[in-house]
Design a binder for this molecule. Structure first.
Ligand code: GAR
Length: 203
C-alpha cells in the first residue's frame, strides 16, 4: 500500500505533529507527513519539522487581504505537495467552507476535551473551572463549525481535585499523543462511513 500523503497544520509547539510522525512509524501506518504548514512564523513546530527533515511552510494571514485568500493559499501549498489528508495539530483557526470542501471528509482535528464539552480556546481551563470529574481528548473530522465535526475517537482522563490547567493539560496531552495516530491509522485501514453525526467503522 502506498503511503497516504498527510499535511499538518499547526500554530504552536507541534508536539502532536511529532507524535503523529512517531505513531505512524510505531503502528506501521501507511501514511507519511509530507508537509507542515503554520500560520505563525514563530511556531516551534516548524523547527521540529526541520529537525525531522519534513518540508514546512509559513502561510501567514497577515500576508492576505481576506480569510478566503489566506485559506486559498494554504490549499494551494497542500495540493502542490500532493496532500490527501490534513491533520490539524494545535492549529488555532476555524477553517471556512472553501477549505473544508477542498479536502472533503479528509480533515482531522484533535481537541483537548471530551467534545461536545468545552469547544474553543482553553478547553482544559474550562474543564477545571466547571468542576467536571472526567475530561480527555477528541479526534474528529472537521466541518465548518467550531470543534463540531463527527467524532472518530476519544480518550478519557480523570480530573483530580488539585488539578490546575497546566497539570490537567499535560495528562491530556499524553493521551492526545496516542489517540491522534491511532485514529488516522484506523481510518486508513478499516472501512468507514458517516451516518448523521456518527462515524461507523466496518469492524
Ligand atoms: C493540544 O493540546 C491540542 O489539542 C490543542 O492545542 C494543543 C497543541 O499542542 N488544540 C486545540 O485546542 C484546538 N482547538 P501541540 O502544539 O504541542 O500539539
Amino acid at each position: 500500500m502506498t503511503a497516504v500523503r498527510v499535511g499538518v497544520l499547526l500554530s504552536g509547539r507541534g508536539s502532536n505533529f511529532s507524535a503523529l510522525v512517531a505513531g505512524f512509524e510505531r503502528l506501521r501506518t501507511p501514511a507519511q507527513v509530507v508537509l507542515v504548514v503554520s500560520d505563525e512564523a514563530t511556531a516551534g513546530g516548524l523547527e521540529r519539522a526541520t529537525e525531522m527533515g519534513i518540508d514546512s511552510r509559513v502561510v501567514s494571514p497577515k500576508d492576505y487581504p481576506t480569510r478566503a485568500a489566506h485559506e486559498a493559499a494554504m490549499i494551494a501549498v497542500l495540493k502542490d505537495a500532493g496532500v490527501e489528508w490534513v491533520c490539524l495539530a494545535g492549529f488555532m483557526r476555524i477553517l471556512g467552507p472553501d477549505f473544508v470542501r477542498a479536502f472533503p471528509s479528509r480533515i482531522l482535528n484533535i481537541h483537548p476535551s471530551l467534545l461536545p464539552s468545552f469547544p474553543g480556546l482553553h478547553a482544559q481551563r474550562q474543564a477545571v473551572a466547571y468542576g467536571v470529574l472526567w475530561s480527555g481528548c477528541t479526534v474528529h473530522l472537521v466541518d465548518e463549525g467550531l470543534d463540531s465535526g463527527p467524532i472518530v475517537g476519544q480518550r478519557v482522563v480523570r480530573v483530580l481535585e488539585d488539578d490546575t490547567e497546566e497539570s490537567l493539560s499535560s495528562r491530556i496531552l499524553e493521551e492526545e499523543h496516542k489517540l491522534y495516530s491511532e485514529s488516522l491509522h484506523r481510518l486508513l485501514l478499516v472501512g468507514w462511513r458517516i451516518e448523521g453525526r456518527r462515524v461507523l467503522f466496518d469492524e
